[in-house]
Design a protein around this ligand. Structure first.
Ligand code: FAD
Length: 493
């Protein structure tokens, strides 16, 4: 009944497994055997272990919660309240050993395993119905290995990562929302305001620790193919990443931004502004990020840079000033402060947000943009947004070192919908599908894994492109029983 105590030896107590009192040494050996997959425990023992768990006892390395336990409700929810799932067991893990024990338990019980770090998956793929969810929110330490290397546990959220690193004038390029988990963000790629300067979040990843689908502990240094796979292809596919090592970059001191806003904009007026934005944004220097947004009534263009001189923005300004509306400029702010402006809402909410295609030029969506903008204008609460990629992301060396396949696309689009009432939500979800269909029908063939849409039929090809077959082989090697899975996980060959 003690599988959840995988590393309780740390407390120097004696433990009982199948009525056998274990010394610290014996317990350690048992935990090791379990880790190596050489020892299994009978399911009934595990079931009673679960029943005996006292929720809230955080001295354990893993604690199991099931329906009815006080913490279960809180632990099962993700950031998107549109999605509600009820796993049979939630394993709240505090260490790699705890995760290994939870994996063994799941194998015994034949429970599919979903992995949750920050819980921000837009389609709830870090939850499941009737399986096990391994919750890593307590794995949230950051440790410096040397001045340029940091080991971050997956449950850390971006605001914590930025605060800790920027205090030492260092940085890894992450996303914008402060509540996103570094685990899910990195494993799916990770882009943000500084990606054009420094690459995707996964491009700074130098090592991982992972408990694979068999319960074995792996590292990126010993398994380079696994590290490659985890740079863009690692979301809930091969195992549970329990630590991520990054090389850090020297942080720019400041960031500044400008915004163009045009109000009272019909779809017909929005189209030339958006087309002009594509033209203006394509040649921006690496220190710039830009986004173009239409909400059915206004267009909104954002430009941020870490270059205090705005050097290289002349053409952008020349092309957009006549058409894009009122201009507001901010002064340079210290980077830590400037990033906080984009942290977004901290509290869970109901929404649908998904990748709406990676594009090379405006021509990729020319054939559907009228329909897309018309649908958005008919749907209050819906937002169509295109962001810049490109810059350092296109580096061939970074491309070869990672499974993220879409580096040739300088533009990434997302569709968002937010609502207050259920009725509005149902209508918006229908409109959302129409927009996505219009875009898909244009032959868009690349989507960003970290912005999944459950309705993407050929999701594996869309997310992973030509890397999919290699990822399938890696899946077969590290999770041959397909224990780690969700609706859009990679399957073995
Ligand atoms: C409000 C908001 C803002 C966002 N902004 C950005 C942005 O600026 N840039 C960007 O690139 N993305 C952004 N995203 C998308 C975000 O990167 C993904 O949702 C990301 O996967 C979330 O990671 P998480 O750990 O919080 O999520 P989780 O829901 O915990 O996990 C997401 C996925 O990763 C898997 N996973 C998580 N942890 C592990 C692990 N340790 N081992 C193995 N698999 C794991 C899960 O199984 C799941 O499939 C945003 C999302 C939201 C909701």
């Amino acid at each position: 009944m003690m599988i959840y105590l995988a590393a309780r030896f740390l407390t120097h107590k004696r433990y009982t497994i199948m009525h056998h009192p274990y010394t610290r040494k014996e317990f350690l050996k048992t935990a090791l055997l379990v880790n190596l997959g050489l020892m299994v425990r009978p399911p009934q023992l595990l079931a009673s272990a679960i029943a005996a768990v006292q929720p809230g006892d955080l001295t354990e390395e893993v604690i199991y919660y099931k329906k009815g336990d006080a913490a279960y409700e809180q632990l099962r929810m993700g950031f998107n309240t549109r999605i509600s799932r009820f796993p049979a067991v939630i394993a709240l893990c505090k260490s790699t050993a705890g995760v290994a024990a939870a994996i063994q338990y799941a194998r015994q019980q034949q429970l599919p395993v979903a992995v949750k770090s920050g819980g921000h998956c837009m389609e709830g793929l870090s939850g499941n119905q009737g399986g096990m969810v391994i919750n890593l929110s307590l794995l949230n330490n950051i440790a410096w290995i040397d001045a340029n290397t940091v080991r971050i546990e997956p449950g850390c959220v971006l605001s914590q990562v930025y605060d800790t690193l920027l205090a030492k004038k260092k940085l890894i390029p992450g996303g914008s929302c402060g509540g996103v988990g570094i685990g899910g963000l990195t494993l799916g790629g990770g882009y943000g305001l500084l990606a054009r300067n420094f690459g995707l979040t996964c491009d700074s990843l130098t090592d991982i620790t992972m408990v694979d689908g068999t319960g074995q502990v792996r590292t990126g240094s010993a398994d380079p193919a696994l590290l490659w796979a985890c740079k863009g292809g690692g979301n809930g596919n091969f195992g549970v990443v329990t630590a991520l090592t990054f090389k850090v970059h020297t942080a720019p001191n400041t960031m500044q931004s400008l915004r163009f806003r045009a109000k009272g904009i019909t779809p017909a007026k929005a189209k030339p502004i958006i087309a002009q934005w594509f033209e203006a944004a394509k040649d921006l220097p690496h220190s710039f990020f830009s986004a173009c947004i239409y909400n059915g009534r206004s267009t909104y263009i954002l430009l941020t840079t870490t270059d205090r001189t705005w050097s290289g923005a002349d053409r952008f300004m020349q092309l957009l000033s006549p058409v894009a509306g009122k201009l507001t400029k901010t002064k340079p702010r210290p980077l830590a402060e400037a990033l906080k402006v984009f942290y977004g809402r901290p509290n869970p909410q109901a929404f649908k947000n998904a990748s709406a295609g990676l594009y090379k030029t405006f021509d990729d969506i020319k054939g559907c943009i009228d329909e897309v903008l018309e649908l958005v204008s008919q749907s209050p609460g819906m937002i169509y947004q295109v962001n810049t990629l490109g810059g350092r992301i296109t580096d061939p060396g970074l491309e070869a070192a990672s499974a993220f396949p879409h580096r040739a696309y300088p533009f990434f689009s997302e569709l968002q919908a937010y609502w207050e009432s259920e009725k509005q939500g149902i209508k918006l979800m229908q409109q959302f599908e129409r927009v996505q269909k219009a875009i898909t029908n244009q032959g868009i063939s690349a989507q960003y894994r970290n912005y999944p849409d459950i309705n993407f039929k050929n999701f594996a090809q869309l997310y992973y492109g030509s890397n999919h077959t290699r990822l399938q082989r890696i899946k077969q090697q590290y999770d041959p029983y397909n224990l780690i899975r969700h609706e859009q996980s990679i399957t073995g060959v």
